[in-house]
Design a protein around this ligand. Structure first.
Ligand code: G3P
Ligand code: MG
Length: 413
């Protein structure tokens, strides 16, 4: 499913940038007043523990720190306590749709905790390092209006086309969104080339398809992505003669230079404002898989939808995040410089058993760091049900997760 090249460029992205923040004294005061007794208690151990934390945290966002855009109870306290103790943490979300800088400043404001991009990984962050496509024509789908196009351009992608651009230029390509044209016209752009199957060499050619965030117009995005995958070489308006050729691998589907298809987030469900979980990017992918199977005969007929799915629970996303956390920790604890020991444990705090917990449980750290999965009850997971993947610990909310973890670590604050 995945070419080595895609994952290695993916992992190179992690060593990009790191800026760091030293928490002002008022946070220490904050802890004194709000910290539960367990956080203040210290334990006698045989050997004197190092005075820097050998552990860290990775926090999921939706369902752990925020519910849609509202901070969840004691999220601010949990993060500000960790900052006061110089205990490293990153935010690791399958969400996306805005540039990291914009999202981080928004989160800092919402949670009233200073954050920066060195401690933040969102679903499409690794796309920023896919240099091999930056000079080519890529299709970017998902998110509000054309925000994801803007993110891709900030990553350095020169030629970004959206499904709505194609609809605005050729409304007949998806007749059922015609009524949305006035809405789309506000943020669509002229295509870099016409769709002209009679002249394939000058017709619009797509070299890669990226789903950056949850699609809004599933019908349009499904139609356009399906057209690209059945085309010849990614040339819009064409149909590959290899499709359905049983003598070829995958029955000839996606065997004719069609562009790779990247999904940034596998989540079928996520915790939004509504009291029940909502369909996410994974729901869209399942819908595309269904249409693809109906068109090609599907797995029963020996045909797969070849794609690259990133995000939690996948190993490379955790490798990417771990690298970022280690770099951030090094900066945070720079005063220990040469004597800073190995990061022994990371507490992965999440609300979704399928992404956060499965990811934390199955991650094999190249550094030998133990990732401990902690499941909260403020999001997708419902108290009293059996999670699909067993976490190391189930707690009420993010503050309880931090309390439990620092107790496990006998951290004296
Ligand atoms: O679209 C976002 C959603 O899939 C989950 O985000 O922060 O819970 O990983 P998060
Ligand atoms: Mg979540």
């Amino acid at each position: 499913m995945l070419s080595h090249a895609s994952w290695s460029s993916f992992l190179r992205a992690s060593s990009r940038r790191s800026l760091f923040f030293t928490p002002p004294s008022y946070l220490a005061a904050n802890v004194a007043t709000n910290t539960s007794p367990s956080l203040r208690r210290s334990f006698q151990t045989e050997t004197t523990p190092p005075s820097y934390p050998e552990f860290a945290f990775a926090f999921d966002i939706d369902g752990v720190l925020l519910r849609s855009s509202d901070p969840l109870p004691r999220a601010h306290e949990a993060l500000s306590y960790l900052q006061s103790q110089r205990i490293p943490f990153i935010l690791l979300t399958n969400g996306g749709g805005k540039h990291e800088l914009d999202r981080v400043s928004e989160l800092s404001e919402k949670l009233s905790v200073p954050l920066d991009t060195s401690m933040f990984v969102q679903s499409h962050t690794p796309f920023a390092d896919m240099d091999e496509y930056k000079g080519k024509t890529v299709m970017v789908a998902g998110g509000d209006e054309d925000r994801c196009r803007i993110v891709a351009e900030k990553y350095g992608f020169k030629n970004v086309v959206t499904p709505a651009d194609i609809l605005a230029a050729y409304p007949d390509i998806w007749p059922f969104s015609r009524q949305l044209l006035p809405y789309y016209k506000a943020f669509t752009r002229p295509l870099p080339a016409p769709i002209d199957p009679s002249s394939p060499s000058t017709s619009l050619k797509i070299d890669a398809v990226f789903v950056y965030s949850d699609p809004r117009d599933w019908g349009l995005d499904l139609q356009i992505i399906k057209d690209v995958l059945l085309s010849q070489q990614g040339i819009m308006g064409t149909l590959s003669p290899k499709n359905g050729d049983a003598s070829l691998p995958n029955k000839g589907y996606q065997q004719d230079g069609q562009p790779p298809l990247y999904f940034s987030n596998p989540d079928l469900l996520w915790a939004a404002k509504y009291h029940l979980p909502r369909l996410g990017q994974g729901g869209f992918r399942e819908a595309l898989e269904g249409v693809w199977a109906a068109l090609t005969g599907g797995e029963k007929g020996g045909v797969q939808l070849q794609k690259i799915v990133m995000g939690k629970p996948h190993q490379p996303t955790y490798e990417f995040a771990e690298k970022r956390l280690v770099a951030h920790r090094k900066k945070l604890l720079s005063q220990f410089d040469g004597s800073l020991g190995h990061l022994k444990r990371v507490y992965m705090v999440g609300d979704n058993p399928e992404s956060d917990i499965l990811g934390g449980n199955s991650y094999r750290s190249p550094l030998g760091t133990d990732w401990v999965s902690v499941l909260v009850q403020t999001g997708v997971y419902v108290d009293g049900t059996v999670p699909a993947h067993k976490p190391r610990k189930i707690v009420g909310g993010v503050y309880d997760a931090v309390s439990w973890a620092v107790q496990q670590e006998h951290w004296k604050s």
